[in-house]
Design a protein around this ligand. Structure first.
Ligand SMILES: Cc1cc2nc3c(=O)[nH]c(=O)nc-3n(C[C@H](O)[C@H](O)[C@H](O)COP(=O)(O)O)c2cc1C
Length: 452
C-alpha cells in the first residue's frame, strides 16, 4: 500500500474509476497535451506508451473540482473552512532516514531531455517544459520550506530556466546573489492533492511552512527525506526529485510559453537551475499538467478562502467561485444572503479587495447557482440595471498576467450587482419553480437517452 503522494493518489483514483489509461503511443511533443486538452484537463490520464521513453506520464489529475474535494476528503461546502483551518493550525512533518524516492540516485551525465519524457505543449513554446514541478526552497533564517509550482523551461543537459514571480522567493535568490552565493533548490515531481493545495498558499501573506499546512490538510505528518546533495527536504514518496542550485549572476532567455490565459507570455532573461543530482523511485511516473488550466484550480481554491473572508467581513456570504475560465484569479462570482439594501455593493467592495488580481466581480442572490454560467447570465439579464448596478474603478493595480492592460499591471475593475431588491419589489423576482422537479426520476421517461 502506498502511503502518500502520487502513487497513493493514483491508486485511489483507480479504485474510484476516475483514472483513465491510454495504451496507444503518444508523442510528448504536442500530441500528449492535445489529448489532455481535449478532455478539458479534467480527466486524469495515465499514458503508458510515450514515444522515445520507457517512462509513463500522468496528467490532468487536478482539474476537476469534485475529484479534488473527494481526494481531500472534503465537500464543496466544507472546502473553504478545511483550508482555513489548516493554514491557522499547521501540523509537524516527519523526516525519515530513507524513502522510496532515494531508490535511484544519479549524480553524473545528467541530461534531462534524454532521461525524462518532458512534453512540449504549444506551437511557439521555446522548449519542452516541466509544468508540474514543485519547487522547494528553504528559508535560511526560519528553516521554513517554501513549496510552489513554477514553470520550468528545459534548456540543455542539466540546465533549466525558472520563472519566479513571487516576492519571497525572488528576494531569497537576490539576497544570495548579492553575496555571490548560489541558492539551493529541489524540484519535486509526483505529489498529490493535499501538497499541491498547500503549495498554492502565498508565503508572503501567511508566512507558514507549507509542508506543515500539508500535514494539517492530510490529517497525518507528511513524510519527508533529506536531499542527497543539498540542505532541503522533499516528500519521501515523490517520484522524481531534481536537486540543484540557482547560480548567482546567471540568466537565460525564458519563453515564449503558452501560459495561464492561453497566450504566449513575455520572453525575458530569468535565473537558471543547474541540476546536480537526480533522485527517483524505481519505475518512476513522470507527472505533467497541461499549462493554463488544471493546476490553477488549486490556486483558485486558495483564492476562494481569501474571497470568502474578505466578503464575509461586510455581508452574509452564501458561496464564492473564482472561475477557471477567468484564470482562477480574474473573475469572482459571489452569492450572498442579502439582508439590507447596499449589501450587493458592499460585496463588490469586499470581492475586489480580496486580491489585486480580481478584475471583474458579479454579486448575486442565494437562489443563483454561481457555478452555472447560464444562471449568472440570467441574473445579470433580469436583476441588473447598468445605471445603478455597475461599478467601474479605472486604473487600479491588477495582475500583469493578462494582455489587455495599457500599462503593465494597471487595470480597470468592474463590479456588477445582480441582486434583486428587498421588500415589496422582491415579489417581482420570485423564480417560477416546478414542485417536485429535483426529485423526479428522469431516466424512466426516455430510457437509454442521455443529453449531450
Ligand atoms: C500550474 C501553476 C503554474 C505556476 N507557475 C508559476 C511560475 O512559473 N512562476 C511563479 O512565480 N508562480 C507560478 N505559479 C504560482 C505559484 O505556484 C503560487 O502563487 C504559489 O502560491 C507561490 O508561493 P510563494 O508565495 O510561496 O512563492 C504557478 C501556479 C500554478 C498552479
Amino acid at each position: 500500500m502506498e502511503r502518500q503522494m502520487l502513487r497513493a493518489a493514483m491508486e485511489q483514483l483507480k479504485r474510484k474509476g476516475y483514472l483513465q489509461e491510454c495504451n496507444v503511443e503518444v508523442d510528448p511533443k504536442f500530441e500528449l497535451g492535445a489529448v489532455l486538452k481535449h478532455y478539458k484537463n479534467e480527466v486524469p490520464i495515465l499514458f503508458n506508451k510515450v514515444k522515445g521513453s520507457k517512462m509513463p506520464v500522468v496528467g490532468a489529475l487536478f482539474g476537476e473540482r469534485s475529484i479534488y474535494y473527494e481526494m481531500l476528503a472534503t465537500t464543496h461546502e466544507e472546502r473553504v473552512f478545511k483550508l482555513m483551518d489548516a493554514i491557522a493550525n499547521p501540523k509537524p512533518t516527519r523526516v525519515l532516514n530513507k524513502g522510496p524516492v532515494m531508490e535511484n540516485i544519479i549524480t553524473r551525465n545528467i541530461d534531462l531531455q534524454k532521461m525524462f519524457p518532458i512534453p512540449t505543449f504549444h506551437e511557439k513554446d521555446s522548449s519542452s517544459y516541466i509544468t508540474a514541478g514543485l519547487v522547494v526552497l528553504k528559508d535560511p533564517e526560519t528553516g521554513q520550506s517554501h513549496v510552489s509550482v513554477r514553470r520550468l523551461q528545459v534548456n540543455k543537459g542539466n540546465e533549466i530556466s525558472i520563472l519566479v514571480a513571487s516576492p519571497l522567493a525572488t528576494r531569497q535568490f537576490l539576497d544570495m546573489e548579492k553575496q555571490n552565493k548560489p541558492l539551493e533548490v529541489a524540484i519535486v515531481l509526483g505529489y498529490d492533492y493535499s501538497l499541491l493545495l498547500a503549495s498554492q498558499i502565498s508565503s508572503e501573506v501567511y508566512g507558514v511552512d507549507k509542508y506543515e499546512v500539508d500535514s494539517a490538510l492530510r490529517g497525518e505528518p507528511i513524510e519527508l527525506v533529506k536531499c542527497h546533495s543539498i540542505d532541503v527536504e522533499v516528500p519521501a514518496y515523490s517520484e522524481i526529485v531534481l536537486e540543484g542550485i540557482m547560480p548567482p549572476n546567471k540568466r537565460e532567455i525564458e519563453g515564449p510559453f503558452g501560459e495561464l490565459m492561453g497566450y504566449y507570455g513575455a520572453v525575458g532573461p530569468h535565473p537558471i537551475v543547474e541540476v546536480k543530482t537526480v533522485m527517483h523511485r524505481n519505475n518512476p511516473i513522470f507527472q505533467t499538467a497541461f499549462p493554463c488550466r488544471e493546476e490553477h484550480l488549486s490556486n483558485g481554491l486558495v483564492r476562494e478562502i481569501e474571497l470568502y473572508s474578505s466578503v464575509k467581513g461586510l455581508v452574509d456570504v452564501n458561496d464564492v467561485n473564482v472561475t477557471v475560465a477567468g484564470g482562477c484569479r480574474f473573475h469572482a462570482f459571489v452569492s450572498i444572503n442579502k439582508k439590507t439594501e447596499g449589501d450587493g455593493k458592499s460585496a463588490i467592495i469586499g470581492a475586489l479587495a480580496s486580491s489585486k488580481d480580481v478584475k471583474h466581480v458579479v454579486i448575486v442572490d442565494n437562489d443563483v447557482d454561481i457555478f452555472d454560467p447560464t444562471d449568472i447570465e440570467w441574473a445579470i439579464a433580469t436583476r441588473m440595471q447598468a445605471s445603478k448596478d455597475l461599478v467601474i474603478i479605472p486604473g487600479a493595480l491588477g495582475s500583469g498576467l493578462e494582455p489587455s492592460h495599457t500599462v503593465k499591471g494597471v487595470t480597470d475593475k468592474v463590479g456588477i450587482d445582480a441582486t434583486k431588491p428587498l421588500g415589496e419589489l422582491a415579489t417581482r423576482f420570485e423564480k417560477a419553480i416546478i414542485p417536485g422537479y429535483e426529485n423526479i426520476d428522469i431516466s424512466k421517461y426516455l430510457p437509454g437517452f442521455k443529453l449531450k
